[in-house]
Design a protein around this ligand. Structure first.
Ligand SMILES: Cc1cc2nc3c(=O)[nH]c(=O)nc-3n(C[C@H](O)[C@H](O)[C@H](O)COP(=O)(O)OP(=O)(O)OC[C@H]3O[C@@H](n4cnc5c(N)ncnc54)[C@H](O)[C@@H]3O)c2cc1C
Length: 395
């Protein structure tokens, strides 16, 4: 029976971690967080103008952050998938979506297919130096005429003796200017439908690879985004990654990890923006009191916090399924859709709460909005996520 001594009080300060995380994850979180706040965050403004330097990769490789869940035999840390979630969350502290994205493309988008589908030789040639940060990677799916509809790509790889000859172009490629190699999606058999796609590992200094244009963007300014051309690029037959003809299925698998890690980044970015804005609302005064104490503003925080928490729970539960051997495409699509929307809604509301200051660069919340806006488009748009979810019910 409740007594005055043991009556339960709400515990708003509880820092209890989610069940997927162990004390080892906490230690990892602390060390990544320390690095990000000390070595990345102070340069956020500068890198918006210049893009971030390549040296981030060898530095993060040296610290062991680029291969958290890869086996130790390849130079990784041998951790679980939750370590990648921790990395994505802590990277939000660098205050620059572009840096977080450039690193995530390397750790969670371009290198996972090398690990899963690569031959031992390919792992030694690409994965090992990528984990050290000595080779930077990028991923080439999107083309000027085909984004959402991956099956519509036109880049062709044609067998010629012991080689393949690749022609085509890729656009919006993150890390495209700095990358040493690309995981490239091509068509090898135009008549074979979904069984006509093949992935290749292509060195970016191969003759015929042209880094055509540095693309300018709404946000993510610190990342580099490239338009690439492939003109009669000759690669040996052993540059095929995975199975010839199975590239479509391989890249659909890759996209699941990309979407889930993106969702984790969205939650972390939204939380960071929330925290900053909360602090502002407790300091900024209007009509004789802190703006956070107006009910209208208080409710905005309540809405935002609830949205962030739902997205976080979806990400963690889905990560738990992923880690435990499921292939939860529906849930990943839901988590990606929801987290991206939440991140944009929260960023927008944070600008509103800041008033005019929110529109100014100085306060950083406008950048969060610009950076986060990409998440409703990249790695599969909201509309494509809805379609995947809808189709999963047999519709
Ligand atoms: C900054 C940035 C970085 C990126 N990085 C990379 C990268 O590293 N590698 C890479 O390969 N790609 C990258 N992308 C590409 C990104 O994944 C694509 O932009 C995205 O998948 C959408 O493709 P699209 O731009 O061709 O849009 P489209 O496919 O042309 O879509 C246009 C609109 O039509 C809608 N639409 C399309 N099909 C349907 C449908 N069936 N039902 C309903 N609506 C539909 C879309 O939702 C969208 O609203 C990046 C993009 C950006 C902006």
């Amino acid at each position: 029976m409740a007594t005055a001594a043991n009556v339960l009080k709400p515990d708003f300060q509880s820092q209890k971690k989610h069940f997927i995380f162990t004390p080892e994850h906490d230690q990892l979180r602390e060390s990544i967080g320390r690095f990000v706040e000390k070595e990345l965050a102070p340069h956020a403004e500068e890198w918006e103008e210049t893009t971030f330097p390549d040296s981030i990769f060898p530095r993060m490789g040296e610290l062991g952050f680029l291969g958290l869940s890869y086996p130790e035999e390849y130079g990784g840390q041998g951790g679980d998938y939750y370590c990648n979630i921790v990395l994505a969350e802590e990277m939000a502290k660098c205050n620059s979506g572009g840096v977080a994205m450039g690193v995530a493309v390397h750790t969670d988008m371009a290198t996972p297919p090398v690990f899963l589908f690569g031959t031992e030789e390919q792992k030694q040639k690409y994965l090992v130096p990528a984990i050290k940060g000595e080779k930077i990677s990028c991923l080439g799916i999107t083309e000027p005429d085909a984004g959402s509809d991956v099956s519509g790509i036109k880049t062709r790889a044609v067998r010629d003796g012991d080689e393949y000859v690749i022609n085509g172009s890729k656009t919006f490629i993150t890390n495209g200017h700095r990358a040493d190699f690309i995981v490239l999606v091509t068509k090898t058999d135009a008549d074979a439908g979904y069984d006509g796609f093949t992935l290749f590992l292509v060195d970016m200094d191969s003759p015929g690879v042209i880094r055509e244009k540095r693309l300018e963007k709404l946000g993510m300014h610190s990342s580099d985004t490239a338009l690439l051309a492939f003109q009669d690029v000759r690669v040996p037959a052993d540059a095929v990654l995975g199975e010839v003809g199975k590239g479509f299925y391989h890249i659909m698998w890759e996209l699941q990890g990309e979407r889930l890690i993106g969702a984790a980044g969205c939650v972390a970015g939204a939380q960071r923006s929330f925290d900053k804005t909360l602090q502002y609302a407790l300091e900024r005064k209007a009509f004789g009191r802190e703006i956070g104490h107006f009910q209208a503003i208080r409710h905005k925080f309540a809405e935002m916090a609830t949205k962030i928490e739902t997205a976080r729970q979806m990400v963690y539960t889905t990560a738990w399924r992923f880690q435990n051997g499921e292939y939860p495409v529906r849930e990943i699509s839901m988590a990606k859709l929801h987290a991206a929307r939440v991140a944009v809604e929260v960023a927008d509301e944070c600008i509103q709460i800041h008033g005019g200051a929110g529109y100014m660069k100085e306060y950083g919340v406008e950048r969060v909005w610009r950076d986060m806006r990409l998440n409703r488009i990249g790695a599969g748009t909201d509309e494509i996520m809805l379609d995947v979810i809808g189709r999963s019910y047999g519709l």
